[in-house]
Design a protein around this ligand. Structure first.
Ligand code: P1T
Length: 381
């Protein structure tokens, strides 16, 4: 099955044995009757499993070319489950430019449980080797990174993690499986904030992991059930519905993202534009080889170069909505330094390029003329 067919049909055979519904029913139930004491059928208690969730988990696995899909109540809950594979004393090497909430979970929660994190600029993947020791267990990457749009070479990182027998987890939220499939490039775990492009309509918070290895999947299913951060059936239904149009939405996100990036680059009030499709992006060659297009996320700074000027621009936007999050059909604009990445200390943030003048756009699928006119008026022509 090719990708556009998978998003609609992948893993969806026989999802409603009772009535052959084309979409899985929303099984709004906490528990399932046992035939007799101890004689369970497929489902017993809804934290452990639910048919609506099972249909979605099969879809997750299918679109990421994996074997096992595991869903969670949010993207952060999915990351939390991966970190729970570790023990006190273990070490993690993470990209330094990553979603502020992921950083906060690492630095403010798991650090307290004796796990050590090395935050590393991975634009040159070989630097990872400098931080590996006997206690290293996991390498965590995001690519493209949030919000600086850096590209990390998944194949090169996977070569290092395989050599040292480390787990490699890739947060594929920005790219989605429409653009890249990290498991095919040697990753052990793919993670998504399904809140974003997979759900696609800004109406559901959810996360997932996709894995090929059976033993690893068993451990993560155990954590999913034991820790209990599971999504409800209604939310699973919504994400499954969103996935069915992922390919057509992503195609338009990519087209509009490219047009916005090019427009901003030519604009006299704009200073830097961060978008991996530019041929002079530092890792454009890697983006070109590991992604099928460049996505709908664009970050930029204005020449005025102050926090006030950046906030002024996003407050003047009328079609773009000033809001956290990304990946929905509507265009959003945010200020990473005070919003999504406020939990990262200012010095570390600025070292990654997240300066006070940085604006991040999630370019939606509206008419491009309206988006460009909106940016033009907000920038003051
Ligand atoms: O919000 P949640 O579903 O828990 O997902 C967390 C998360 C994980 N990884 C990446 C790359 C993300 O961008 C996010 C959430 N990000 C935002 C809310 C944001 O505006 O960037």
């Amino acid at each position: 099955m090719k990708f556009n067919t998978k998003v609609i049909h992948g893993g969806q055979e026989n999802i409603d044995p009772a009535y052959n519904a084309v979409m899985p029913p929303i099984y709004q139930t906490t528990t399932f009757k046992q035939k007799s004491h101890g004689a369970h059928q497929d489902f017993e208690y809804a934290r452990s499993g639910n048919p609506t969730r099972a249909a979605l988990e099969k879809a997750y696995a299918s679109i990421e070319n994996g074997t096992y899909g595991i869903s969670f109540g949010s993207g952060l809950a999915a990351i939390d489950a991966v970190l729970k594979l570790l023990m006190p004393g273990d070490e993690v090497i993470s990209t330094s430019d990553l979603y502020g909430g992921s950083y906060r979970l690492f630095d403010k929660v798991f650090k307290n449980f004796g796990i050590k994190f090395h935050f590393v600029d991975m634009n040159d993947a070989s630097v990872i080797s400098n931080h590996i020791n006997d206690r290293t267990k996991l390498v965590w990457i995001e690519t493209p990174t949030n919000p600086m749009m850096n590209i990390i070479d998944i194949l090169a990182v996977a070569k290092i993690t395989k050599k040292h027998n480390l787990l490699l987890a890739v947060d594929n939220t920005f790219a989605t499986p429409y653009l890249q499939n990290p498991l095919d490039m040697g990753a052990d775990i793919v993670m998504h904030s399904a809140t974003k492009y997979l759900g696609g309509h800004s109406d559901v918070v959810q996360g997932c992991l996709v894995i090929n290895d059976e033993e690893l999947a068993k451990k993560l299913y155990f954590i999913q059930n034991a820790s209990g951060a599971v999504p409800g059936p209604q939310d699973c239904f919504l994400v499954l519905r969103g996935i069915k149009t992922l390919h057509v939405r992503m195609q338009r996100h990519c087209e509009n993202g490219k047009a916005v990036a090019q427009f901003l680059r030519e604009h006299p009030k704009v200073d830097k534009v961060y978008w991996p499709g530019f041929t002079d992006h530092p890792n454009h060659a890697i983006a070109k080889s590991q992604m099928r297009d460049y996505g709908g996320m664009v970050s930029f700074t204005t020449k005025a170069s102050t926090m006030d000027s950046a906030i002024n621009v996003i407050e003047n936007l009328k079609v773009f909505t000033l809001a956290e999050s990304l990946g929905g059909v509507e265009s959003l604009a945010g200020h990473p330094a005070t919003m999504t990445h406020a939990s990262i200390p200012k010095v570390d943030r600025e070292q990654s390029g997240i300066v006070d003048a940085l604006i991040r756009l999630s370019v939606g699928i509206e008419d491009i003329e309206d988006l460009l006119a909106d940016l033009n008026q907000a920038l003051g022509n």
